[in-house]
Write a protein that binds this ligand. Structure first.
Ligand SMILES: Cc1cc2nc3c(=O)[nH]c(=O)nc-3n(C[C@H](O)[C@H](O)[C@H](O)COP(=O)(O)OP(=O)(O)OC[C@H]3O[C@@H](n4cnc5c(N)ncnc54)[C@H](O)[C@@H]3O)c2cc1C
Length: 438
């Protein structure tokens, strides 16, 4: 089909939109600020690329919380099983881990990205790296900075160098998008605001706000939290994992592992509860997470184990042999249990089963695995086109949804990239048929 589309942002969402469009015969130009695309995707592969999750679809979509109804149509059109087929098509087999998480067999992102880029180039997608988008100029052209200076790009993808004398700040925002009037359209897939060194820095927020797009403030999601550790605890335990504990907050209970950091805590168990913890801290100033340090033992059993005469043994070795509390778990207990609790087996057992950990603040957005907030549903139509800017679509983490880790982030990025790509095709088709009718 005729038409051309500019995509800004070469992460999973932008690349998926490029694929849908290129396969429909549309000319696609991808622009990205970084020297190469997919940097966060590659980073995700460093600790084992969790592509998606194998649980039932109804459970899968429930992970998107109150945004579930919004994301369900994209996910229904690109289900987790379809994502696995897509990876297989690129020569990457996947497996389901014991927790239901889906990974490539080699756990890595690089082979998948390499094969994908090869296929995208073969279908005619063009890449323009080191092009940082700065917004629109007064003619509606896209403004970029590149290593060789500022350029502007029209919807046809032709670049025209701005006169050197014109400082970038002079470029005034224009009244409405002209992408649509020129028979092309634009997809923004600029990511969230975390790990800015990988490319997504959230600098797009004021650019879209200035043009009437409603944006929920970017906030850390799947993030660590700050705890006022004592100097002694910090020096001894920072960097150590806490394994097989149960964390409870706001009626939600999760079992898993986390890590002690210099500033507080991070890791999968903490990320699973990060959204309610973050929101509670925002409204109440702090949040108390309850930890069960010995989930394999009932309270009654722990009480009788601790009450067992310890003879000449120290309390530390008594707790280790009777309750399995040693190392970092013993350190946590010392840090948070009251001194008097050690004199009373019932109180000490209760502290082991429900240790209150006070979290004071989420760690900064830049450190988070992902961002909450972004372009709100009210600003977009069903095709993910901005109501304020006809012909401009958005996809990926820059949209206002959030989900825990477990493959839900990448799946929604891929699926929304597909949805925006299909939306752009429908837009081009309706534009072409209306211009043919005139
Ligand atoms: C350490 C880590 C591990 C992760 N592991 C997993 C995992 O295992 N499973 C999972 O599901 N998710 C994981 N994620 C999250 C996942 O990687 C992201 O949700 C996903 O990459 C977001 O895709 P996106 O296409 O929306 O944005 P991004 O991948 O962030 O891509 C956005 C692109 O836009 C470009 N860009 C931004 N602004 C501009 C601009 N002004 N001009 C030009 N280009 C611009 C950036 O350079 C970037 O290439 C992980 C994240 C991190 C940080």
């Amino acid at each position: 089909m005729n038409g051309n589309v500019i995509i800004i942002g070469g992460g999973p969402a932008g690349l998926m939109a490029a694929e849908v469009l290129a396969q429909a015969g549309v000319r696609v130009e991808v622009y990205d600020a970084m020297p190469s695309v997919g940097r966060k995707f590659l980073m995700a592969g460093k600790s084992g690329l969790n592509l998606t999750h194998a649980e039932a679809f109804a459970t899968f979509v429930s992970r998107y919380g109150e945004k579930r109804d919004w994301v369900t149509p994209w996910l229904a059109a690109f289900e987790p099983e379809t994502l696995r087929d897509w990876a297989r098509d690129l020569g990457v087999d996947t497996f389901v881990g014991s927790s239901g998480r889906v990974f490539p067999t080699d756990m890595k992102a690089a082979p998948l990205l390499r094969a994908w880029l090869h296929r995208l180039r073969a279908t005619g997608v063009h890449f323009h790296m080191r092009h940082r988008w700065l917004g629109w100029d007064e003619q509606g052209d896209l403004r970029f900075t590149t290593p060789t200076g500022a350029i502007k790009v029209g919807a046809g993808g032709t670049a025209a160098r701005l006169p050197k004398s014109r400082p970038e700040e002079d470029a005034a925002p224009c009244g409405g998008s002209e992408q649509s009037e020129r028979g092309g359209c634009l997809i923004l897939a600029l990511g969230g605001g975390s790990w800015a060194k990988l490319g997504s820095d959230g600098a797009w927020v004021p650019l879209l706000q200035a043009r009437g797009v409603v944006i929920a403030p970017l906030k850390p999601a799947n993030c660590g939290f700050e705890i006022a550790w004592s100097e002694h605890f910090r020096a001894k335990f920072a960097g150590q994992p806490v394994k097989s504990v149960v964390a409870t907050f706001g009626g939600e209970r999760r079992q898993g592992d986390f890590v002690i950091t210099r500033h507080g805590v991070e890791g999968s168990l903490i990320y699973a509860l990060a959204a309610p913890l973050r929101d509670a801290i925002a409204s109440r100033g702090s949040a108390t997470l309850q930890l069960d340090l010995a989930p394999g033992k009932t309270l009654e059993r722990l009480i009788s184990e601790i009450a067992h005469p310890r003879g000449a043994r120290s309390m530390a070795s008594h707790l280790q042999s009777r309750a399995g509390i040693a190392g970092v778990k013993a350190g946590l207990l010392r840090e948070w249990a009251a001194r008097d609790d050690y004199a009373d087996p019932a109180r000490l057992a209760a502290a082991i089963k429900a240790l209150p950990l006070r979290l004071d603040a989420p760690r900064p957005l830049d450190e988070a695995i992902s961002s909450a907030g972004g372009v709100m549903a009210v600003s977009l139509d069903d095709r993910l086109m901005l109501r304020a800017l006809p012909g401009v679509f958005c996809a990926g983490e820059m949209l206002d949804w959030e989900a825990p880790t477990g493959g839900y982030l990448l799946t929604a990025c891929f699926a929304s990239g597909q949805a925006a790509g299909r939306g752009a095709i429908a837009w081009l088709q309706s534009n072409l048929s209306s211009s043919a009718a005139n």
